[in-house]
Design a protein around this ligand. Structure first.
Ligand SMILES: [Zn+2]
Ligand SMILES: [Zn+2]
Length: 239
C-alpha cells in the first residue's frame, strides 16, 4: 500500500531526520526550521552581508555610504534597491548551485529574508526578473522566480510571473562596456500589462552592473509603474 506523506507526517519525518545545514552539514535546530531551513544559525550569521557603506541607489560599496559617481552622473531608473549579501564565497557558490544545478534549498530562506529587508518598500506586487524563453528551456526554471515566489508569499503580495518578459537572450553584461551594455539591452524586455500607479518589486539573484535591472525598471515605468524597487540576494563588489 502506498501512503502519500501528509503535512503532519512530513513534520514527523523532520523531527526524526532534521534538515541539515547546506554549508556545514550540521543538524538545524527544530525551532529554526520554520524560518531558515537551509542554514544552521552559525553559518547563517557568517554569510558576507552587504557592507554598511554603500551607494543608496545601486548598493556598490562607497567610502562613507555616499552616492557613487555613476549614479550621480545618471540616476538609475529603479527607485529602491536592497541586497542581502556581497557576491562572495560561499554565497556565490550557493547562487551558482541554485542557478545551474537546481539546488533550490536557499531560495526559500533568501526569499523570506528579502521580504523582511524590503518591508519599507510599499510594493503592490512582486515580479521575478525574467529569463529569455530559450534560456528557460535550457535550464528548466528561472532562479529569480524561485526566490521571488517566497518573497511574495512572505509579504502577502501577488506574484506577477508573466507580465514582464525577456524578448531577447543577451550576452552576460559584465563582459561589456557601459555603452555596449545599453545597446545590448535595447528592446530586451517587453511588458504585457498596464501597471499605472503601481509600486513594483523586482526580484533577482545577483545585481552585477545594474544595467539589466535598470532596463527592466525603465520598461515597467513606460507601462505606468509609479515606482520600481530591486531586491537581490547578492551585489557584486566593485572591480
Ligand atoms: Zn551550518
Ligand atoms: Zn550607485
Amino acid at each position: 500500500m502506498h501512503i502519500m506523506p501528509t503535512a503532519p507526517f512530513s513534520a514527523f519525518l523532520d523531527a526524526l531526520l532534521p534538515p541539515l545545514c547546506l554549508l556545514c552539514g550540521a543538524r538545524i535546530p527544530l525551532r529554526r526550521q520554520g524560518d531558515d531551513v537551509a542554514f544552521c544559525p552559525d553559518c547563517l550569521s557568517d554569510l558576507p552581508v552587504l557592507q554598511a557603506a554603500h551607494c543608496p541607489d545601486c548598493l556598490i560599496e562607497t567610502e562613507h555610504g555616499e552616492r557613487c559617481g555613476a549614479c550621480l552622473a545618471h540616476a538609475p531608473d529603479f527607485d529602491y534597491a536592497r541586497a542581502l549579501y556581497r557576491y562572495e564565497f560561499p554565497v556565490n557558490r550557493l547562487i551558482h548551485g541554485l542557478k545551474y544545478q537546481a539546488r533550490f534549498a536557499p531560495a526559500r530562506t533568501w526569499g523570506r529574508m528579502l521580504a523582511v529587508q524590503t518591508a519599507d518598500f510599499p510594493a503592490d506586487c512582486v515580479l521575478p526578473l525574467p529569463l529569455h524563453a530559450e534560456r528557460l528551456a535550457e535550464r528548466g526554471y528561472n532562479q529569480a522566480l524561485e526566490i521571488a515566489r517566497h518573497c511574495a508569499c512572505a509579504r502577502g503580495l501577488p506574484l506577477e510571473r508573466e507580465s514582464l518578459q525577456k524578448r531577447r537572450a543577451t550576452p552576460p553584461q559584465s563582459s561589456l562596456s557601459l555603452k555596449a551594455r545599453q545597446r545590448n539591452l535595447k528592446g530586451a524586455f517587453s511588458c504585457q500589462r498596464d501597471f499605472s500607479g503601481r509600486h513594483l518589486l523586482l526580484v533577482d539573484d545577483v545585481l552585477t552592473t545594474g544595467a539589466t535591472a535598470n532596463e527592466a525598471a525603465r520598461v515597467l515605468k513606460l507601462h505606468g509603474a509609479a515606482s520600481v524597487g530591486i531586491a537581490v540576494v547578492a551585489r557584486t563588489p566593485r572591480h
